[in-house]
Design a binder for this molecule. Structure first.
Ligand SMILES: CC(C)(COP(=O)(O)OP(=O)(O)OC[C@H]1O[C@@H](n2cnc3c(N)ncnc32)[C@H](O)[C@@H]1O)[C@@H](O)C(=O)NCCC(=O)NCCS
Ligand SMILES: Nc1ncnc2c1ncn2[C@@H]1O[C@H](COP(=O)(O)OP(=O)(O)OP(=O)(O)O)[C@@H](O)[C@H]1O
Length: 194
């Protein structure tokens, strides 16, 4: 069983995938892989520097993520350029990890841009973590210390709530407590893993 898990920025995907992992799912986290493929010494980092210049490197030679984020969330064509470097590498790594998963495992791909990149049809089920935009903004501002403007630019770079919900086979609403979330994750896990 291959499951796609998605949701808008700060909707609670990582929280849900951690709960699914506790129940034995093999979770493949696209955000984590997107960091690995631009780690120091990788061809991914070299490609990013070739496209955006040394200004996106910190003093220690690693990627300056806030600097690159400021560039790409203000300019769609730059964002597309970055995605064209990172997404193929993430997909290749995700396929490798999936190939080594135990037979019969519930494999969950946590992919923020699953809807945007048209991947919904490649999964047996698509779980969408759903919250109103106001909740996304509040979490980014209060829990992550972002400016409201930066938070809004990330939301604007993503599919709408309606677009995501239109590809969902299972919806996890995440506006309540973490206990309520856990109970709903249990239900969805039961439905998927049987
Ligand atoms: C621009 C970067 C360097 C900013 O790094 P930063 O550490 O601030 O953010 P992080 O990677 O933790 O992402 C946090 C969230 O931002 C959102 N986000 C990231 N990239 C994008 C994008 N290209 N479009 C829309 N939303 C995005 C997602 O909801 C993601 O969960 C980084 O997000 C990046 O490399 N993005 C391009 C790769 C990508 O598309 N990643 C998303 C899934 S593979
Ligand atoms: N039901 C909840 N109650 C309170 N806080 C929550 C709840 N769900 C998630 N959070 C918090 O909101 C923040 C965002 O959650 P999380 O990191 O899981 O989102 P995400 O969708 O993975 O984000 P991103 O797209 O940036 O990777 C975290 O600090 C998390 O602890």
């Amino acid at each position: 069983m291959r499951v796609g898990l998605t949701g808008g920025v700060a909707s609670g995907k990582s929280t849900v995938s951690a709960m699914l992992a506790e129940r034995g799912a093999v979770v493949i986290d696209a955000d984590l892989l997107a960091r690995e493929v631009v780690a120091p010494g990788t061809d991914g980092l070299r490609a990013v520097v070739a496209a955006f210049g040394e200004q996106v490197l910190g003093p220690d030679g690693s990627l300056d993520r806030p600097a690159l984020g400021a560039l790409v969330f203000a300019d769609e064509s730059k964002r597309r350029t970055l995605e064209s470097i990172i997404h193929p590498r993430v997909r290749a790594r995700a396929a490798e990890i999936e190939a080594s998963a135990p037979a019969g495992a519930l494999v969950v791909h946590d992919i923020p841009l699953l809807t945007e990149t048209g991947q919904a049809a490649s999964f047996d089920a698509v779980v969408v973590v759903d919250v109103p935009v106001e909740t996304q903004l509040e979490r980014m501002v209060t829990l992550r210390g972002m400016s409201e403007e930066d938070a809004r630019s990330r939301v604007a770079a993503q599919a709408t709530r309606e677009e995501r919900l239109s590809v969902a086979t299972h919806v996890i609403e995440n506006t309540g407590s973490l206990e309520e979330l856990r109970a709903r994750v249990d239900e969805v896990h039961e439905a998927l893993a049987g």
